[in-house]
Design a protein around this ligand. Structure first.
Ligand code: SF4
Ligand code: SF4
Length: 253
C-alpha cells in the first residue's frame, strides 16, 4: 500500500452539514482513514489549531469578507493545499449565504459572503446542500488514486474528476435559472426530472414535461444544474462508469 494522502477539513461560513455528510459514509469513512488518508486538520474532529500543509483541503462554507480572519484562512488554505475542493453549495456557490445582508448583532457589519472561488483558485467542486456522502467519498478515493495510484488508476481518477474540475472552472454563481439558460433554452432538456429530484427545497416542479423553478424558494445551491445529465455530460466518464464504481468498491473493501 502506497503512503496515505493528507486531508484537512477547513470550516468557513458553513453549517457543518457537509462534514456530517462525509461522516455519513460510516464504515466507508473509517476505511478511507485507515487505508488512504490521514486527517491532518479539522477543528470539529482534531485538536490541530493551525492550517498545516496537506494534499487535499475539503473546504466547507463561504467566506465573510468583513471577517479578516476568514479571508486570511482561505488564502492560507490555498497556499498550504495541493488540491482545494469546494465541498457543498456554500463553498461552491454561496448558497443560502447569498442572502446575507448584515445588520444583525453582534456583528452588523458582516454582510458580504462569497463562494471560495471568488477569493482563491478552486480545483474541484462537490456541489449539493448537503452534498451526498457517496460523492464526497468518491472524490476522496479518486484523489488518493490520482496522487498515489498506478498509471491506470491515475487515468481513471483523472476521468472521474474532470467534470468536477470543469464545474469549478465554470464559475461561482448558481440558481435554478441555470436550467432555463443553460439547458432548456439551449434545446437540451429531455424532461428526465433529475433536477426536481435533486432540489433540496423542492423548488422545481415539472410543467408540460419541463422544469419550472419557483425562484422565491430557490436557495441557490447549484444541485439541479450539477445533477442534470444534459448540463456537463462527460463522454469520458460515462463509458468508464462501471470501471470507476468497481475501483471505488474494491478500494473500500
Ligand atoms: S435534469 Fe436537465 S434534462 Fe432533466 S428535466 Fe431537468 S433540466 Fe431537463
Ligand atoms: S432550484 Fe433547487 S437545486 Fe436548483 S439551485 Fe435552486 S435550491 Fe438548488
Amino acid at each position: 500500500m502506497a503512503d496515505k494522502i493528507t486531508v484537512g477539513h477547513v470550516h468557513m461560513s458553513g453549517c457543518t452539514g457537509c462534514l456530517v455528510s462525509l461522516a455519513d459514509n460510516y464504515g466507508g469513512l473509517l476505511t478511507i482513514l485507515d487505508k488512504y488518508a490521514d486527517l491532518v486538520y479539522g477543528l470539529t474532529l482534531a485538536d490541530v489549531r493551525h492550517i498545516p500543509k496537506m494534499d487535499v483541503a475539503l473546504v466547507e462554507g463561504s467566506v465573510c469578507i468583513q471577517d479578516k480572519l476568514s479571508v486570511q484562512e482561505i488564502k492560507e488554505t490555498r497556499e498550504k493545499a495541493a488540491v482545494v475542493v469546494a465541498v457543498g453549495g456554500c463553498a461552491c456557490y454561496g448558497n443560502i449565504t447569498r442572502f446575507g445582508r448584515g445588520g444583525q448583532p453582534n456583528q452588523p457589519q458582516h454582510e458580504s459572503y462569497l463562494p471560495i472561488g471568488d477569493l482563491i483558485k478552486v480545483d474541484v467542486y462537490i456541489p449539493g446542500c448537503a452534498p451526498t456522502p457517496q460523492l464526497i467519498r468518491n472524490v476522496c478515493v479518486m484523489a488518493y488514486l490520482l496522487l498515489k495510484g498506478n498509471k491506470d488508476q491515475q487515468e481513471l481518477a483523472k476521468k472521474y474528476l474532470t467534470p468536477l474540475m470543469q464545474l469549478a472552472d465554470r464559475g461561482t454563481e448558481a440558481c435554478g435559472c441555470d436550467l432555463m439558460y443553460d439547458v432548456v433554452n439551449q434545446g437540451l432538456c429531455m424532461g428526465c426530472g433529475s433536477c426536481a429530484a435533486a432540489c433540496p427545497v423542492r423548488a422545481i416542479t415539472h410543467e408540460y414535461g419541463k422544469p419550472n423553478v419557483n425562484r422565491e424558494m430557490c436557495i441557490k445551491c447549484g444541485a439541479c444544474y450539477a445533477q442534470c445529465p444534459r448540463s456537463f455530460f462527460n463522454f469520458d466518464v460515462i463509458p468508464e462508469f462501471e470501471g470507476i464504481m468497481d475501483a471505488i468498491d474494491a478500494a473500500l473493501k
